[in-house]
Design a binder for this molecule. Structure first.
Ligand code: ZN
Length: 336
């Protein structure tokens, strides 16, 4: 799978040549001619840049600002840009997110240690937390800081199901995967439902159901429960049967470390709609999701992580070098 324009949008032929060039905002672009079907197409065909009249440098300056903590309203005032323009750019990028996720899922991984947690913000005003659509599930690989999932919605079964369906796809690409979560039991339960295997040992009786080989789930017991008088519960639990061939290699101190807390506080710092006591909350769930999708691209594919000093997708072995905004705006969409 290639990320950039490699085929004719009409016939998918890779035999095309530059026909003419044109200049947009001082930047040279090509019109290609397909040798197979004869059609002409611009190099921005089916990319986020297609038909945009604003210079890319201005778009990326504004996107950088709103992903470094500036609110949308402030960006509109400072850069004298309309809100709808920003929405349009973000919608385009959210479509690129799909391409990048599929691209990531084309790779094979050795080991992953995934932390799962939820971060909460308000969507629209005056809704109690249990009705809010601002619950956001984050699934992050600990070593690389690559984020697989960043999905918002009401804190209900389907939000957890979507996240665990994605994780099941990641498991298919990974030799060994451990999921650590902080109390919420639905992660493990749903994952088990999605991908349990029936273990046939040849012994009589009902065959045992286990997680697939190499897959482990650990749930941290919250402090108050762990210290209740009388019975002492372990600090962490393996809530489901694991395959007998699964290597038991998680140390307790690994479980205690929590990298998502640091991630969540940087999210609160950088996306104004996640700031506490904010009045710049997102107006709708889909608007919030679009901001998250753009943030997902930036976090995984563009920025070097503060601690690892690497772009997460590079650390994960998905890319050799990080992408630039220019790269991302010129990624070819997959046509339905
Ligand atoms: Zn063609």
């Amino acid at each position: 799978m290639e990320l950039h324009l490699t085929c004719c949008p009409d016939c998918r032929s890779e035999n095309f040549k530059s026909h003419t060039t044109y200049t947009v905002h001082g930047e040279q672009r090509h019109i290609y001619h397909c040798d197979e079907c004869g059609s002409y197409f611009s190099q921005t065909k089916n990319t986020a840049l297609e038909g945009l009249r604003t210079p890319l440098s201005r778009i990326t300056t504004i996107l950088d600002a709103i992903n470094e903590g500036m609110s949308l309203n402030a960006a509109c005032r400072v850069f004298e840009v309309g809100k709808n323009s920003i929405y349009r750019w973000q919608d385009r990028l959210a479509a690129v997110k799909e391409v990048l996720l599929l691209y990531a899922l084309c790779h094979q991984f050795v080991q992953q240690l995934i932390e799962g947690d939820e971060v909460y913000t308000r969507v629209n005003k005056n809704k109690p937390p249990d009705e809010s659509e601002g619950w956001t599930i984050v699934l992050m690989d600990r070593a690389t800081r690559f984020i697989w999932e960043m999905q918002c919605g009401e804190k209900e079964q389907s939000l957890f199901e979507d996240a665990m369906n994605l994780l099941a796809q990641v498991i298919e690409q990974t030799e060994g995967l451990s999921l650590l979560t902080d109390g919420e039991r639905r992660y493990g339960n749903i994952l088990f439902e999605i991908c349990y295997e029936v273990l046939r040992t040849g012994n009589p009786g009902r065959p045992k159901h286990t997680l697939p080989e190499g897959v482990k789930v650990r749930i941290k017991n919250k402090g108050s429960q762990a210290h209740k008088r009388g019975r002492k519960r372990p600090k962490y639990q393996a809530p489901h049967n694991e395959h007998p061939e699964t290597e038991q290699n998680i140390e307790i101190k690994q479980i205690h470390a929590n990298h998502l807390e640091a991630f969540n506080s940087s999210l609160r710092r950088r996306l104004s709609c996640y700031r506490r006591r904010t009045n710049t909350y997102a107006k709708t769930q889909s608007a919030l999701q679009t901001r998250l999708d753009v943030y997902w691209i930036l976090h995984n594919f563009v920025r070097s992580h503060f601690t690892t000093k690497q772009v997460p997708a590079v650390a994960m072995g998905i890319l050799e070098t990080g992408l630039s905004w220019q790269d991302i705006f010129t990624i070819q969409y997959i046509e339905a």
